[in-house]
Write a protein that binds this ligand. Structure first.
Ligand SMILES: Nc1ncnc2c1ncn2[C@@H]1O[C@H](COP(=O)(O)OP(=O)(O)OP(=O)(O)O)[C@@H](O)[C@H]1O
Ligand SMILES: [Mg+2]
Length: 267
């Protein structure tokens, strides 16, 4: 049975696309059949961050009825299957978001886990990924505005019959955190399932069009992402799996201090 996760937020720029690419890469590295899809058909950039921006057939062509989804699947790092969206305005105009549901139905037959990168905000094409997912994961930054927008997305998801699994607190820092983990859980009414630090290696790796878990596998963000990827597939022996030879990593240290600091801080 396939499991579908939609990675959503509310506010833009929280890290949805980055996390979709990295979690998908890592889950595939753990040996699962993973598909990641860019459902942000207006402002697509999943393909861009994985070096797939010039592929001939994308979700745009599929949603325009010009190609089957099987022709829009490309191989990414660790063998993750990627369905990018196009970046042209014309392609976006021709794409019919109503077809998304039927495309997703076809796609789920090709993998064990499907991760959908949802658009920011509340739009017509953004609602389908929220409704169709087994579980929606909200990516929130430690800022009030981000949390408020995530709350709207959570309410919308539940209104349309969807189910929110939890929150990824992304771009967390030891300083200048506007909001505590505890407050976030209280307000959103769901668990914070992962805290991912603000890590300059994430931006650096994007410049190489490579996921940070591949380019800088021992960086703080990669360590946190690897743990979350393992959790999402129910993998317990994640410590050495899916990493380069002899590489050992642990979630002790910076991440624990970060978690403690977020726990203590009051809004
Ligand atoms: N943990 C992190 N540490 C540092 N930078 C990060 C982190 N996560 C994401 N970023 C950076 O934040 C920016 C926005 O990330 P991304 O494009 O993934 O967000 P998004 O939620 O998909 O945005 P949009 O709503 O526009 O689709 C990028 O420059 C990315 O490299
Ligand atoms: Mg995005």
């Amino acid at each position: 049975m396939v499991k579908v996760y939609t990675i959503a937020s509310g506010k833009g720029g929280t890290g949805k696309t980055t996390l979709t690419a990295n979690l998908g890469t890592m889950m595939a590295g753990y040996g699962k059949k993973i598909c990641i899809m860019d459902a942000d058909i207006g402002m697509a950039n999943l393909g861009l961050i994985l070096g797939l921006e010039n592929v001939p057939i994308t979700l745009h062509e599929v949603l325009a009825g010009k190609a089957p989804v099987s022709e829009a699947i490309y191989e990414g790092p660790n063998g993750v299957n990627v369905v990018p969206s196009g970046i042209s305005l014309k392609g976006f105009q021709d794409a019919d978001p109503e077809k998304l549901r039927e495309v997703l139905m076809e796609l789920v037959d090709t993998c064990e886990y499907l991760l959908i990168d949802a658009p920011a905000g509340i739009s017509r094409d953004g609602v389908i990924p929220l409704a169709i997912a087994d579980e929606v994961i909200l990516v929130v930054n430690p800022e009030l505005s981000s949390m408020v927008d995530a709350l709207k997305t959570k309410i919308l998801t539940e209104l349309i019959g969807g189910n929110v699994k939890g929150v990824i607190l992304n771009k967390a820092t030891l300083e200048n955190t506007e909001i505590s983990k505890q407050k976030m859980e209280e307000v959103l009414g769901v668990k914070v399932i992962s805290i991912i630090p603000d890590d300059p290696n994430v931006r650096k790796s994007a410049a190489y069009q490579s996921p940070v878990v591949i380019k800088y596998p021992n960086s703080d963000a990669s360590v946190a992402i690897k743990k979350l990827a393992a959790d999402l597939i129910g993998k317990e022996d994640y410590i050495t799996a899916g990493t380069e030879e002899d590489e050992k990593f642990t979630t002790e240290g910076f991440l624990d201090r970060l978690a403690r600091s977020l726990f203590r801080r009051k809004i």
